[in-house]
Design a binder for this molecule. Structure first.
Ligand code: RRO
Length: 302
């Protein structure tokens, strides 16, 4: 039997395939379906202090090689979301709560309100590509990354993962800032800032004009970011971006990822994607004489 379990700080994952934030994770019912489908862990939709309706439609479109979204951080706010989380009575797999805020203070308040009764870890969304005052606007400054990460760590005993954006000149300095602040791990990458124009009406298609690109096309960007980060940081890195097949995931492991997140692939492959990836990884490892997934993590480094 090959061993595909993996460890992220204090979290033990039965397999390395996690649900990425923003896909089927806004209510307890869908999270339970993901858990039952065989995911190794789930990350929730990004939650803020107050409810947000998100942007008007169109908020998500399929393009030639992926998806373009500008949902606008729609979420019910922390108070109501805690009720959803309370319905995940026995958490069979780790549940990681993605949170966002406009300041270190807002992040700290969220970390105080969301306790270990409800979740197993935090993912700090410092990378939404298009939300004014949030995400990338805070996550592209190493000193803000450091102060936000520290403020959450001061207010929780749970592991804290920091999700970074590829839309920056130097992702490594941001990862180092998070590591120095005490983060348990890095998540790379969020979507790539992008847009599409309807040439007949001569207007951007998304209501917000600019959005984030996900899906197959962004995989090489994600792999490069994971590779660069793992050259310099010692905490685990979770790879995300364009994973639809086990070969994609293996590429991320070889670049240095300890686990991976799957998002857009749920659209084409459905919930079965988790069991398909797990089975495919086991058979790839058997065929290649790999007994433990740790044997391939980072092997592409010189
Ligand atoms: O809600 C969104 O529009 C969104 C978020 Br929070 C994010 O982190 N990344 C993204 O592509 N969209």
């Amino acid at each position: 039997m090959v061993d595909i379990s993996t460890t992220l700080a204090s979290l033990d994952l039965k397999n390395p395939f996690m649900l990425a934030s923003g896909i089927m994770d806004e209510d307890a019912g869908s999270i339970i379906r993901i858990m039952n489908a065989g995911a190794g862990a789930v990350v929730t939709k990004s939650i803020g202090l107050h409810p947000r309706p998100g942007y008007p439609n169109p908020t998500c479109i399929e393009t030639e090689c992926g998806f373009l979204n500008a949902m606008g951080l729609p979420n019910p706010g922390v108070k109501e979301y805690l009720e959803e989380l309370s319905q995940l009575s026995s958490r069979k797999i780790p549940v990681i709560c993605s949170i966002y805020g406009a300041s270190a203070q807002e992040f700290a308040e969220l970390a105080q309100q969301i306790t270990s009764e409800s979740v197993d870890a935090f993912e700090l969304n410092l990378s939404c590509p298009h939300a004014k005052c949030y995400g990338l606007e805070t996550g592209s400054d190493p000193s803000l990354v450091k102060s936000i990460t520290s403020s959450v760590i001061k207010n929780t005993s749970l592991p804290v993962f920091v999700k970074l954006s590829p839309n920056v000149t130097n992702i490594v300095e941001l990862a180092l800032a998070a590591e120095h602040a005490g983060a348990s791990g890095i998540v790379a990458i969020n979507t790539v800032k992008a847009m599409a124009i309807n040439i007949e009406v001569q207007q951007p298609i998304l209501a917000n004009s600019i959005g984030g690109y996900s899906g197959k096309a962004i995989k090489p960007i994600g792999v490069r970011c994971v590779y660069e980060i793992t050259q310099k940081v010692s905490i685990p890195v979770i790879g995300v971006g364009g994973i639809t097949t086990v070969q994609d995931a293996i590429e991320y492991f070889m670049a240095g990822a300890t686990a991976v997140q799957v998002g857009s692939a749920l659209y084409s492959q459905g919930l079965e994607v988790f069991s398909q990836l797990t089975e495919a990884l086991q058979s790839w490892m058997k065929d290649h004489g790999v007994l433990n997934i740790a044997e391939i993590i980072g092997v592409a480094h010189p």
